[in-house]
Design a protein around this ligand. Structure first.
Ligand code: URA
Length: 201
C-alpha cells in the first residue's frame, strides 16, 4: 500500500482500468482532511463533480454542506470520496466490474485516513460495505462495527432532495453521526491482514 494519499493518487494516475475512463472529464479522487475522524463514501461523481474533479460539489453536495453545518462541521473537518472515481454515463449505478477495479483504491484511502466513523452515503455505498442485500431504508442512521472503524449508513442527500419526507430522516441521521463522534467508545480493532486475504471490506 502507498504511504500517503498523494502517493495513492499518483498510482491511480490517468486511470484506464475500466471503461468509465472513456466518458469522464476528470477523475474525482476525494477531498478533505487526510486525518479526518469522519469519512464519507458516496456512490459516484455526477455531472458537476466530473466537471470540477471534486466530490459532492453539485446540488447534493450543497445539501451535504448544510447537514455538516447543522452538526458543527465544515468540509475541511471530514474526508469525502466515492465508491468509483469516474462518472458513470447518465449517472447510472456503477457496475460490479467498475466497483471491483476501483475498490482497492477506496480501501487504501480508508486505511490511510483511519477514520473513527466511515459513513456510507446511500444505497450503493452501503451495499458495497455491508453486502448487497442491505436495505438502506431500514438501517440508515444506525452504527455498526467495521474493521477498524464504526460504519454508519445514512440516506443519500440526493434522496432527500428528491423526496422532502427524507429530509427529516437525513437530518436525524446526521444528528446520530454527531452523537457517535462524541461517544468515547473506540471502534473495533482492525484485523491483522493475512498475506493472501486482501479483499474489500
Ligand atoms: N453523488 C455522489 O454519490 N457522489 C458525488 O460526488 C456527487 C453526488
Amino acid at each position: 500500500m502507498q504511504e500517503s494519499l498523494e502517493g495513492l493518487r499518483e498510482t491511480l494516475g490517468e486511470c484506464a482500468r475500466c471503461s468509465l475512463s472513456q466518458g469522464r472529464n476528470n477523475i474525482v479522487f476525494g477531498d478533505g482532511n487526510p486525518e479526518a475522524e469522519l469519512m464519507f463514501v458516496g456512490e459516484a461523481p455526477g455531472r458537476a463533480e466530473d466537471a470540477q474533479g471534486l466530490p459532492f460539489v453539485g446540488p447534493a453536495g450543497r445539501l451535504l454542506d448544510r447537514l455538516l453545518d447543522d452538526i458543527g462541521l465544515v468540509r475541511g473537518d471530514v474526508y469525502i470520496t466515492n465508491v468509483v472515481k469516474c462518472r458513470p454515463p447518465g449517472n447510472r449505478d456503477p457496475l460490479p466490474e467498475e466497483t471491483e477495479v476501483c475498490g482497492p483504491f477506496l480501501q487504501d484511502q480508508i486505511e490511510l485516513i483511519g477514520p473513527k466513523i466511515l459513513c456510507a452515503l446511500g444505497r450503493v455505498a452501503a451495499g458495497l460495505m455491508m453486502g448487497k442485500g442491505v436495505q438502506i431504508t431500514r438501517i440508515h442512521g444506525q452504527r455498526f462495527d467495521g474493521p477498524g472503524y464504526f460504519l454508519v449508513p445514512v440516506l443519500h442527500p440526493a434522496a432527500a432532495l428528491r423526496a422532502s419526507s427524507n429530509m427529516y430522516l437525513i437530518r436525524q441521521d446526521f444528528r446520530n453521526l454527531e452523537a457517535y463522534l462524541a461517544d468515547e467508545e473506540s471502534p473495533p480493532e482492525p484485523p491483522t491482514p493475512e498475506p493472501e486475504q486482501m479483499g474489500l471490506f
